[in-house]
Write a protein that binds this ligand. Structure first.
Ligand code: ATP
Ligand code: MG
Length: 232
């Protein structure tokens, strides 16, 4: 469903992501794990067309979307949820969700899909997004992305700013989405949560993929355990 080949990207001519390749099959969940500054956000933004890549190709559902604008990529079926969420704080929950469908009109059946996944959003549809709690804002950011009925959902550190219980809840919701067949790519530092969701993972270090394996293998890998799970 998503095939990334030799993507490089950086800032002011200096690459911080080097020749990264990975794939996400339809209905698969894949984690990119890596510590602060590894290049996760740069990589995901490059895939989503939000950051210019200096090389490589991105193929979405058989279509080469390399170099496309972010808007065109999102219309082609790739939704990106930034760690900062970028909600419209002065607008209501319902208005934020409607914007997620733009330029299409919000589909009431899809709105029900989102509300069934996140009943809290249904209860609070009239509330300003900016007054929602951190966990609720996270649900709204995911819900807004789903309004576009994406083929692939990309999330950058969805646990950012969430207390452990809420971070776990966020991954529970992603697990439900995966169970419904959604294709998910997630970048995460909270490695146990990410590996709990994902079928497979890639370890990104200094902008390069250093290791790839099934989530079970990564969770048992001594290097991964030492570096990311704090287990000697
Ligand atoms: N706007 C920018 N200008 C210059 N350098 C940047 C910019 N944004 C990120 N970088 C650098 O690129 C490298 C990768 O950063 P990136 O944000 O992609 O990492 P990350 O894996 O997402 O980290 P984190 O887990 O902290 O979010 C870092 O060295 C960072 O300092
Ligand atoms: Mg980041």
């Amino acid at each position: 469903m998503l095939e990334v080949t030799e993507v490089s990207a950086g800032y002011a001519g200096n690459d911080v992501v080097h020749d990264v390749a990975f794939t996400v099959a339809a209905s698969e969940a894949v984690a990119i794990i890596g510590s602060n500054g590894a290049g996760k956000t740069t990589l995901l933004r490059a895939v989503a067309g939000l950051h210019a890549s200096s090389g490589g190709t991105v193929v979405l559902d058989g279509v080469d979307i390399s170099g496309w604008s972010a808007h065109r990529i999102s219309r082609a079926g790739l939704a990106y949820v930034p760690a900062e969420r970028h909600l419209f704080g002065q607008m209501s929950v319902a208005e934020n969700l409607a914007l997620g469908a733009y330029p299409s009109k919000p589909d009431s059946a899809q709105l029900d899909v989102v509300f069934d996944l996140f009943p809290r959003l249904r209860d609070r549809r009239g509330q300003h997004a900016g007054t929602m709690s951190g966990g609720e804002q996270q649900m709204l950011a995911v819900g807004r992305a789903l309004m576009a009925k994406p083929k692939v959902l990309i999330l950058d550190e969805p646990t950012t700013g969430l207390a452990p219980k809420l971070a776990a809840d966020a991954y529970t919701a992603l697990g439900v989405l995966k169970g419904e067949g959604m294709t998910i790519l997630v970048a995460e530092q909270q490695v146990p949560l990410a590996l709990g969701l994902a079928d497979r993972g890639y370890v990104l270090e200094d902008g390069r993929i250093e290791l790839t394996a099934s989530s079970a293998e990564l969770a048992n890998n001594p290097d991964v355990r030492r570096a990311y799970l704090g287990i000697a």
